[in-house]
Write a protein that binds this ligand. Structure first.
Ligand SMILES: NC(=O)c1ccc[n+]([C@@H]2O[C@H](COP(=O)([O-])OP(=O)(O)OC[C@H]3O[C@@H](n4cnc5c(N)ncnc54)[C@H](O)[C@@H]3O)[C@@H](O)[C@H]2O)c1
Length: 250
């Protein structure tokens, strides 16, 4: 059983968007939240404002693509309560770049952050979570892990499909050790990632293809992540949950 109130939760990419909403939800559940993000994206400011509101929070610099950065993070949080939760949320996206127009450099960057970063994160927390007697890892995938969307973003699809299947492999690996691994698949959520560069063509199709007829909010994804982090989901591992306003039901 995971007692959030006596543990630490890492949220990668926790400085903004879905990550920031998740940091607040996990802090409210009693965890010491570690906002792990790149430099100069507001992680320290967010941690400070959570602390001012009475929650336990800290910011740590992390580049999810670098093994040494993960090592430094794990070393840096040793004095905190036992590590019980990792939310592998950091990610990037682009509009466009289809199967013909994607470049090697664009592909490599996307795979490094969205895919390799998730694997490195799971690997880095294995020892501290085992020492803590178990934990919950939540990997942010996407509806685009399983459907073709608009025939674009080939590298994003590849990376999120990999997150979906890596989640299941890791879940089976740790199934008897109390470390649970699940993936969350948002549809289109109103964050900097989806709003920056959104043109009328995409917006009208996204809203038209989402039965609820609107984008989701970061909080609507964060509450599902918090459920997967909690003891309420104790019998769930290797599962994928869609938070998409019905996008994949059509
Ligand atoms: N917004 C959506 O519509 C949507 C839909 C499906 C899936 N997702 C997924 O949800 C997750 C969060 O997305 P968001 O919309 O909140 O995005 P966002 O752009 O608002 O936030 C992403 C965060 O990741 C951080 N980040 C990027 N590269 C990093 C790196 N190398 N190391 C550490 N941190 C890094 C950024 O600094 C940022 O704080 C992503 O994995 C994304 O793919 C989002």
């Amino acid at each position: 059983m995971i007692e959030l109130s006596t543990g630490t939760a890492i949220v990668t990419g926790g400085a903004g968007g879905i990550g920031a909403a998740t940091a607040l939800k996990l802090a409210e559940a009693g965890a010491h939240v570690v906002i792990a993000d790149r430099a100069n994206v507001g992680g320290e400011t967010l941690a400070e404002s959570l602390r001012k509101d009475g929650w336990a929070a800290s910011y740590h610099l992390l580049d999810v693509t670098q093994e040494s950065s993960w090592d430094e993070l794990i070393e840096g949080i040793k004095a905190l309560p036992p590590l019980r939760v990792l939310v592998n949320n950091a990610g990037i996206a682009t509009w466009g770049n289809d199967v013909e127009t994607e470049t090697i450099s664009g592909w490599d960057k996307m795979i490094a952050i969205n895919q390799t970063g998730v694997w490195l994160g799971m690997r880095a927390v294995a020892a501290p979570m085992r020492a803590a007697g178990g934990g919950s890892i939540i990997n942010l995938a996407s509806v685009l892990a399983t459907v073709g969307g608009y025939g674009e973003e080939i590298a994003y699809h590849a990376s999120k499909g990999a997150v979906r299947s890596m989640t299941k492999s890791a879940a089976i690996h740790w199934a008897t050790e109390g470390i649970r691994v699940n993936s969350v698949h948002p549809g289109y959520i109103a964050t900097p990632m989806s709003l920056e560069g959104l043109d009328d063509w995409h917006e009208s199709r996204i809203l038209g293809n989402t039965p609820m007829g609107r984008m989701g909010t970061p909080e609507e994804v964060a509450s599902v992540i918090a459920f997967l982090a909690s003891a309420g989901s104790a019998y769930m591992t290797g599962s994928e949950i869609y938070v998409d306003g019905g996008y994949t039901a059509v």
